[in-house]
Design a binder for this molecule. Sequence first.
Ligand code: PLP
Length: 421
Amino acid sequence: MDHFLYRDGALFAEDVPISEIAAAVGTPFYVYSTATLLRHFKLFDDALDGTDHLVCYAMKAASNQAILKTLAQAGAGMDVVSGGEYLRAKAAGVPGDKIVFSGVGKTEDEIRNALTGGIRQFNVESEPEMEVINAVAQELGMIAPITVRVNPDVDAKTHAKIATGKSENKFGIPISRALEVYALAASLPGLEVIGIDVHIGSQLTELEPFELAYNKVAELTEQLRSEGHNIRRLDLGGGLGIPYTRSNDAPPLPVEYGAMIKKTLGDLGCEIEIEPGRLIAGNAGLMVSKVIYVKSGEDRDFLILDGAMNDLIRPAMYEAYHDIVAVTEPAPGVEQRPYDIVGPVCESGDTFAKKRNMPPLSAGDLIAFRSAGAYGAVMSSEYNTRPLIPEVLVHGDQFAVIRERPSFDEMINRDTIPTWL
Ligand SMILES: *Cc1c(COP(=O)(O)O)cnc(C)c1O
């Protein structure tokens, strides 16, 4: 459920007509619903009710300061994957002891900043990284809390580019080698081993792969404890998928996911952390775009939009499907027709959908890409010297621009000319 619904024939974000935002900020733009963000966070928080837990929003999904602040004020921790994300989380008011640092390539500087600024834990992904965290912590006279990210070698059954839990993926330490890696960690004086971390991929649409992985984590917890490690926190990653289509085969609900976690890991007496990103932000955002031209092709018509692959790269990068709707609700019974829906970028890959059935549309009409809140704005670029598009946050009947569209002067003046020119 989200808060983007038609009212009297017009698409709204909560209590604000999309067309009103379009008139104020111009197209294309991203718009997020506060109520949907909070609702999704609460679904996870409630799903783990009764267990000691923290929901750490995986902020790489959508990291605008206003979004982070909205979730932080509701009690969310953050999962960060770079030094920049760490600083963004801190800037949004997230305390260090609610920030978890994941990622395979943490640099010495990033580790130092996080240790001095405060960190809940590092999720360590390799032995060399472990040695560096140890060295930096010792140099600072500190002890770094860590988990080791184990790779459980399970098939997440998702798109290859977002599967992370198979042995051929770059992530984590093979679970078969966990005992020796934990022994190394325990021997390093700058580290304190507190738990285990696992994250097997994104947009998972079944519970089974999670359950396989979490059962392996349960088994490993017992093994590590019997070797003397004080395992007290389990970070279970993110990855629960969202419905991108309105078909019936919706992914499992957070409450079902939570019940499975309690079943597989609930008896271990560990604090549970989860890191959902997509499910919190995905259906809390739309990308709104305008039809520039309708072009008749030989066997199909093209809707040429002012939005493009640089603004929303998911279809080009992951063959992702987005529901695309007209901002003016089609009259009941209106005959739909197939369009190829494309952007103006000079690549054939700049195609959002092929032969998509839509109501008849004309130049100037607004359309909205649903489920664009996660991995949308954060992955945008200025390819073709197209400005990063604005982000807007709605709260009830209010809306605010939370990132402005840069001017062309700003974009051009970011370049500098060498003295010899
Ligand atoms: C990307 C990522 C997540 C979030 O995944 P979603 O599919 O957006 O829930 C969580 N943890 C880690 C370590 C990640 O890399």
